[in-house]
Design a protein around this ligand. Structure first.
Ligand SMILES: [Zn+2]
Length: 370
């Protein structure tokens, strides 16, 4: 029995070696060597290789793939420009401005294809590459599905952030049934300016960003801002949990549910938010649940109120109907459900019904403030 498996393994290995690019190189006399990639973070990835043949090299391409959540297996291809010759120095720069940049720590794979004048071809094996921000000397701390990368601050700084992240996951699991399905990498920069240096199109207000499709978070937290940073990091982590729990090719869940979920993960609502809720109740100017389903206004006061209401809506659903229903709601959105259908199915009311019930809850909760 063991012997037969051994023979089978050898046969498979032989087949692989016959079919593999390395063997093809020997057969055709067309070779790719000195393949290398150099990272110019965050703007460029520079690739190079030497292609040689006993006939003119006529076609060289670089193929690459980034590891991210996607419903299609996407491979990109760059056609290399050169003058046909027996030895070609192939060079190509991946200009990340064109795709809006890549998050730090993105995993890629790349490989080369070449052809000569006789029509012979060669394809190299994929080489893994990690798009690391080599401007800083990151250290790392891993626990469960989370790895924190940081360079400023001591071990107790990263430990405190890790404990916060783990506690947030436990609380989310208990209150909503949601959990991380894929590992997450969290890059802690020592402030907003350093973080913005990691982006190709930074906005002045960017202090933290969740690259949900990549399961990567970038956030600026100076060691002196730990308390603020714990909340901000938890917020972004919750967005990634929410994405992993609800992603589907058809429909995105309402914005208020995503933002409310992230606010809820942070813990109790800060006074600036509760005061805004009290003001909106007193002046009868609460936003409708429907209007909160689309992206929020950028005006500070309206934005504050949108986040506050989102928190309170999620808080209401969890308190009133429990974690099993919340998990059912997330699972329903994962199947691409429309908004009213999802709420009717799980809670027996649509978004207007939710609006009416929640207003009473909000009055009781925040109507007495001020
Ligand atoms: Zn958010």
């Amino acid at each position: 029995m063991y012997k037969r498996i051994g023979v089978l393994a050898v046969v498979i290995l032989l087949l692989f070696s016959v079919l593999s690019p390395a063997a093809a190189q020997v057969q055709t006399g067309l070779t790719v060597s000195e393949s290398a990639a150099q990272i110019d973070f965050p703007l460029k990835l520079n690739f190079g290789a030497k292609v040689t043949s006993d006939a003119d090299v006529t076609d060289v391409r670089l193929r690459y793939k980034t590891e991210q959540f996607s419903y299609a297996d996407v491979t990109s291809e760059a056609l290399i420009e050169f003058v046909p010759a027996r030895t070609v120095d192939a060079k190509w720069s991946f200009e990340l401005r064109k795709i809006g940049g890549l998050p730090p720590g993105t995993n890629l794979e790349y490989w080369w294809l070449a052809k000569n004048a006789r029509g012979e071809t060669v394809e190299t094996r994929p080489t893994p590459l990690q798009f690391n921000d080599n401007r800083y000397r990151f250290r790392s701390l891993s626990q469960g599905k989370i790895t924190i990368f940081w360079y400023d601050g001591n071990d107790s700084f990263s430990r405190a952030l890790m404990d916060t992240a783990q506690n947030a996951l436990v609380r989310l699991g208990k209150d909503t049934g949601a959990s991380l399905e894929r590992p997450v990498k969290i890059y802690i920069y020592s402030g907003a300016r350093d973080l913005q240096g990691a982006m190709v199109f930074p906005q002045e207000w960017t202090g933290g960003v969740a690259y949900s499709q990549f399961s990567i978070i970038g956030i600026g937290i100076a060691p002196s801002q730990l308390a603020w940073g714990q909340g901000a990091m938890t917020h972004e982590l919750a967005h990634i949990v929410f994405f992993q729990m609800t992603v589907n090719p058809y429909n995105e869940p309402p914005v208020w549910l995503n933002e409310g979920f992230a606010m809820y993960a942070e813990g109790a609502l800060a006074p600036e938010y509760t005061n805004q809720l009290a003001r909106a109740l007193a002046t009868n100017s609460l936003f409708s649940v429907r209007s909160l389903s689309s992206p929020f206004s950028a005006f500070t006061e309206q934005s504050l109120q949108s986040y506050a209401q989102s928190y309170s809506l999620v808080d209401f659903l969890i308190r009133q109907y429990g974690s099993a229903k919340m998990l059912e709601l997330l699972n329903t959105f994962r199947r691409g459900s429309g908004y009213d259908e999802a709420f009717r199915k799980v809670y027996n009311f649509d978004m207007d019904g939710l609006d009416a019930q929640w207003r009473n809850f909000a009055k009781a909760q925040y109507g007495q403030i001020r």
